[in-house]
Design a protein around this ligand. Structure first.
Ligand code: F6R
Length: 366
């Protein structure tokens, strides 16, 4: 059932080229410049005219929501708020009929997310679900939705569900931007073509596995890890840190790289591995200077970079190269080496990778 893999988590990491393709199948047709999400059809008007998009979720799904905030604001120019379901529901939030709420959940059973949906619904908002499990409670509680079609995810640490969530949210943002006219036809078509190449670029990224395994051996005994990224890679830093802590039990924190100087920099010494996501994008130069600051304090640097990068390569202890793509699609690639890194470290520490202590696959308690 693990298809020859030692753990479900590794199998699911390796399934991502296919699960992302499955998620796009029948929806994205780049050649003909077409993108259709069936679940959105009846609600496109509401979506297009929303004053605001509120995204609610927990854990890894909340990280996918953060990526979506960047996507929706960049492509569709609608303000977005991303809310932990557990905070949103308990603070008497301001919500009304003009709000479009997106609830993201792999299991579709997370109690806090379900309660947040019921609350927003009672205030008249339109609720759209992005779920993996067909027929789940959240899928049923929403007005409409698009499934992620990633297939069953058995490993407790979410991997392929996360990239499928981002794939659906990316398609939503592109459709919305095109309909609203905030995304030009030529840019839209160019992005559709780039999106179609993502599964094969994920495949290429997976080839780093043996290299990441070697690096993992060097850092498996670390007591702390810092993950830093900016822009689209900030949520990826949070997700990388979450993956490491939940399965290897190493303390890890993710931060926006620019926030480092406001506190976390005090932690840096030769014992502190820092994972930078430093791909070639708008904030590249800034991230490079953060890398220099860490190096000056003798921190160990593992950097995820764009293929062919030489600047970061000359500074970092280790580089993990991912294929070039549109800035907005980078999370779909940059998260892959971080999933693999946490996997190997956890295995080397003798942890129960698929069923980490104290965690459950669906959190049905509030
Ligand atoms: C992380 C993880 C959890 C879930 C969270 C939400 O790897 O598995 O953080 O992401 O419990 O679960 P869903 O998406 O099922 O609502």
């Amino acid at each position: 059932e693990k298809g020859g893999y030692e753990h479900f988590m590794l199998k699911e990491i390796y399934e991502q080229p296919r699960s992302i393709a499955d998620c796009m199948r029948g929806r994205l047709d780049a050649k003909n410049g077409r993108l259709v999400l069936g679940g959105l059809r009846d609600y496109m008007n509401k979506f297009q005219n929303a004053d605001r998009i509120i995204i609610t979720a927990c854990g890894t799904s909340w990280h996918a929501g953060l990526v979506a905030e960047y996507l929706f604001e960049e492509f569709a120019r609608i303000p977005v708020e991303v809310e932990y379901a557990s905070e949103f529901r308990y603070r008497n939030p301001v919500v009304n009929e003009k709000d479009f709420v997106i609830a993201i959940s792999q299991s579709g059973e997370t109690a806090d997310t379900l309660a947040a949906i019921e609350l927003a619904k009672s205030k008249g908002a339109t609720i759209f679900g992005v779920c993996n499990v067909v027929g789940s409670s959240i899928a049923r509680a929403t007005h409409a939705g698009s499934y992620t079609h990633a297939g069953p995810e058995i490993g407790v640490a979410s991997t392929k569900a996360f990239t499928a969530q981002i794939s659906v949210l990316t398609m939503m943002a592109l459709m919305l931007g095109y309909q609203r006219g905030t995304l030009t036809e030529s840019k839209y078509v160019q992005l559709l073509n780039e999106l179609e190449k993502i599964p094969s670029k994920v495949e290429e990224t997976l080839q780093m596995n043996p290299h990441i395994e070697e690096i993992s051996a060097e850092y498996k005994d670390a007591r702390n890890f810092l993950y830093l990224g900016r822009g689209y890679n900030f949520p990826v830093a949070l997700e990388g840190a979450l993956k490491l802590k939940e399965i290897s039990y190493i303390h890890a924190e993710g931060y926006p790289a620019a926030e480092m100087k406001h506190g976390p920099i005090a932690l840096i010494d030769e014992e502190m591995p820092v994972v930078f996501i430093a791909t070639k994008d708008n904030s590249y130069e800034k991230v490079v200077s953060n890398i220099q600051e860490v190096k000056a304090r003798k921190g160990k640097i593992i950097a995820v970079v764009t293929e062919g990068d030489t600047t970061v390569k000359s500074m970092a202890d280790h580089v993990l190269e991912i294929p070039d793509t549109a800035e907005a699609f980078v999370p779909l690639l940059s998260v892959i080496p971080l999933q693999i890194l946490s996997y190997h470290i956890a295995v080397m520490r003798g942890c129960n990778v698929d069923q980490p202590r104290n965690l459950a696959k669906s959190v049905t308690v509030e």
